[in-house]
Design a protein around this ligand. Structure first.
Ligand code: ZN
Length: 139
């Protein structure tokens, strides 16, 4: 069994910027030479999230709309009262969505559905530079 660790640098435009990172992860798997195993994609930071989504324009609006309904930006957040940084909603949304996904690798390919992409979602109130970690474990 071997472990490969790689990084994906992304620069986001601001809140609710959703980036399709599937191809970059797939390239890393190709380069690793791993046939069967697992890929973990992780953001180290508490105002971003990684999940899977059908990457199409409708859902790129629907997901932020749903987050706004569930965790509205204009509600009073204790985090903001404490730190005055205006991103209490960002932290709560990030915690609910989660910072990582783990995807099986079968015969050198990510076991994703046809309409399933790996996405990074910027949830912070401003654009950020992010370093996403991809760890590939297998043989
Ligand atoms: Zn904060």
């Amino acid at each position: 069994m071997t472990v490969h660790t790689g990084y994906i640098e992304v620069k986001t435009k601001g809140e609710n910027d959703i980036l399709d990172i599937t191809e970059k992860v797939a390239e890393m798997i190709d380069l690793s030479g791993i046939g069967d195993g697992i890929a973990c994609v992780f953001v180290s930071g508490s105002t971003g999230a990684i999940t899977t989504l059908e990457y199409e324009p409708g859902l790129l609006k629907d997901l932020p709309d749903a987050l706004e309904q569930m965790m509205p930006k204009d509600k009073v957040y204790e985090h903001h009262l404490r730190w005055q940084d205006g991103n209490g909603h960002s932290h709560v949304r990030a915690a609910i969505l989660g910072p990582s996904v783990s995807i099986p690798i079968i015969s050198g390919k990510l076991a994703l559905g046809t309409w399933q992409q790996i996405v990074f979602i910027e949830l912070d109130a401003r654009g950020r530079e992010r370093e996403l970690i991809v760890q590939i474990v297998g043989e």
